[in-house]
Design a protein around this ligand. Structure first.
Ligand code: ATP
Ligand code: MG
Length: 377
């Protein structure tokens, strides 16, 4: 397990042996308790950032001051990054980023976090430290703001999105969402506008990557938050799509799910990468298209082809085509048998490209059955 990894242990013991407190914190502890994969290792300590750099460097580790202003030093041990952040305490805020000062007290550090399930700590030997009763909430699948929900949100409006993200991943689908939290969210929606599009985009993509994000998205719409983030988005085809994804083992793909939500100017609103925006545009373009499965497989590959048909089925409320996966696979594996050299020198220049495209269209239409000789004849 990651916790007992000797390199990770060395990071912690270097700090504790020099007389400081050092504990795992946040997602890595939460996920370890749930028995699910850990994404990144965060460590909280009462050592000041300069001391963290000095101590870990002396221990032969590679320390990088990645966020020294808010107290974070990244220590690389055997290629694994460990984010070490000095205990902090919130003092004031502009609603975009909470302003913090360093603290010597783990309780201060716990209380400036977002949800009780994210304020869990573990000692180097795995003993859990739970200052805010996060374990009980985790067991009950309850995403609970630490202390006053409205105040927590006003310190950092991204917490609205994080609330739905953690609900999608670790919440209880059937028990519904804490009405007090929803009320606090609905009363503070205007703050979403002040957030950077990158931060919103990163949270939304993580939310949409949950096994089943549909219930969280539905609550997000009812609270009004979905409309603030994505104007014109509609989540109602998402539940049927997740069902179809299950049937076809398509996996959780954030961009496909985003295409399912629709909305205006999505790529800009979430500051998607060029590649993500391109995939999203292609999927949106193909929803109303008539490209049959084998051709979709040939033109876009198996994965994208499958996404197109899942989207069409979910949004247009139609069944998936018969033998969909077989046809997609056949298209994806098909190799156009004619090469430019087969046509030259009789055909050249612009005409060459046109002829090749015509032959390819004919070949696709034949269900990839025409061979090279048929086509050249
Ligand atoms: P993941 O498994 O996705 O990495 P995580 O809980 O580790 O989930 P991160 O975004 O990596 O989430 O943040 C690490 C920890 O830092 C959180 O568990 C939480 O305690 C704290 N944190 C992060 N962002 C915020 C925020 N906006 N407000 C308050 N606390 C936060
Ligand atoms: Mg994390």
């Amino acid at each position: 397990m990651w916790l007992s990894n000797p390199h990770t242990q060395k990071v912690l013991t270097s700090l504790s042996e020099s007389g400081h407190q050092a504990l795992f914190v946040g997602g890595c502890v939460r996920n370890a308790l749930l028995g699910v994969e850990v994404n990144d290792i965060d460590i909280a300590t009462n050592a000041l950032p300069q001391d963290v750099i000095e101590i870990t460097t002396n221990a032969g580790l590679h320390a990088i001051p990645t966020g020294i202003d808010h107290g974070t030093v990244t220590v690389i041990a055997n290629g694994i990054p460990h984010e070490i952040t000095t205990f902090r305490k919130d003092i004031l805020t502009d609603g975009r980023h909470a302003k913090v000062i360093f603290s010597n007290d783990i309780h201060d550090d716990a209380r400036r976090r977002d949800f009780t399930m994210n304020a869990l700590y573990a000692m180097p030997d795995g003993t859990v430290v739970d200052p805010l009763n996060g374990i009980q909430d985790l067991r009950d699948h309850r995403v609970r703001f630490i202390e006053d929900a409205s105040q927590r949100i006003q310190e950092d409006y991204l917490r609205i999105l994080r609330f739905f993200r953690f609900h999608a991943w670790y919440g209880d689908e059937t028990a519904g969402i804490d009405p007090e939290a929803l009320h606090a969210i609905s009363s503070n929606l205007a703050g979403i506008e002040t957030l950077s599009k990158e931060r919103i985009g990163a949270e939304m993509l993580k939310l949409l990557a949950a096994t089943n994000p549909a219930p969280a998205l539905a609550s997000m719409r009812l609270s009004g938050a979905l409309g603030c983030v994505l104007v014109g988005a509609d989540d109602r085809a998402l539940a049927p799509m997740v069902h179809l994804e299950d049937e076809t083992d398509a996996g959780a793909d954030s961009i496909r799910r985003l295409a399912c939500l629709g909305g205006q100017g999505v790529s800009k609103a979430l500051r998607l990468s060029k590649k993500q925006a391109k995939s999203l545009d292609l999927l949106r373009d193909q929803i109303g298209g008539l490209t049959p499965p084998d051709e979709a497989g040939y033109r876009f590959g198996f994965e994208t082809g499958l996404s197109i048909f899942l989207l069409r089925a979910a949004l247009l409320e139609t069944p998936l085509p018969m033998d969909l996966e077989l046809s997609l696979r056949r298209g994806a594996n098909a190799q156009f048998p004619v090469k430019p050299a087969d046509l030259m020198p009789d055909v050249q220049g612009v005409e060459l490209g046109q002829t090749l495209r015509k032959l390819e269209a004919k070949w696709v239409k034949s269900g990839f059955k025409l061979d090279r000789n048929d086509l050249l004849a």
